[in-house]
Design a binder for this molecule. Structure first.
Ligand SMILES: Cc1cc2nc3c(=O)[nH]c(=O)nc-3n(C[C@H](O)[C@H](O)[C@H](O)COP(=O)(O)OP(=O)(O)OC[C@H]3O[C@@H](n4cnc5c(N)ncnc54)[C@H](O)[C@@H]3O)c2cc1C
Length: 176
């Protein structure tokens, strides 16, 4: 299993401060506490305050909807949690390639996704190859999971039109 991460390391592009519900983590790694997951600060209280020019007015807790009540959640650095998750994945044999963005979705003849291609490296500001130019690589896989966040472009159909049958003839290939 291979993970491409466009950031310089896992967590590099992750927003840092967050309130985290540990439910999904507990399902995935039930002994996350023993394994040292960086969830160190439980939420100790909630306060919803409407601020005005002269002060603020706190909303009584019983008016707050359930999703505003964070009892049982943690205040975390999501970047640290991501880094820790990457270590757990690597421990299970997952290969993580930081600094390698998926640049193009590759399709089979029948329209199904064959994998992705990483971007070319060493391209100058003018779009021309520099002396460090390195051709991107095709990764073919049985399953391709797009987890590029809400601002990602690969999962949209926009790149589909430029499906890379042409690229298949020019890039090295690996199976994941
Ligand atoms: C201001 C703000 C505050 C928030 N606060 C909270 C909070 O307190 N609690 C909470 O639960 N949620 C919070 N959220 C929501 C939460 O951050 C997101 O729901 C969550 O990060 C989504 O996770 P994700 O893995 O889908 O995407 P992301 O966290 O966006 O991760 C996507 C990853 O994919 C990588 N990537 C993207 N494109 C490519 C590519 N082409 N090739 C390779 N890698 C790529 C990125 O580098 C990144 O590492 C907040 C969001 C914002 C914007």
């Amino acid at each position: 299993m291979v993970v491409l991460e466009k950031g310089s390391e896992p967590g590099a592009h992750i927003l840092s401060g967050a309130i985290m519900d540990p439910r999904a983590l507990s399902e995935l790694i039930p002994d996350w506490k023993e394994k040292g997951a960086p969830l160190n600060q439980p939420v100790t209280g909630d306060a919803m305050v409407f601020l005005s020019e002269n002060g603020g007015m706190r909303v009584p807790d019983f008016f707050l909807p359930e999703n505003f009540q964070n009892h049982g959640n943690y205040i975390v650095s999501l970047a640290n949690v991501t880094r820790w998750l990457a270590q757990q994945a690597e421990g299970l044999g997952v290969e993580i390639f930081p600094g390698f963005p998926a640049a193009e979705v590759l399709y089979n003849e029948n329209g199904s996704v064959r994998g992705v291609a990483t971007g070319n490296m060493g391209v100058g500001k003018d779009g021309q190859p520099t002396e460090n130019f390195q051709l991107g690589m095709e990764l073919h896989a049985k399953y391709t999971v797009f987890a590029e966040g809400s601002r990602g472009h690969r999962a949209s159909n926009s790149s589909r039109a430029s499906s890379s049958t042409k690229a298949a003839t020019r890039r090295p290939t690996a199976s994941a």
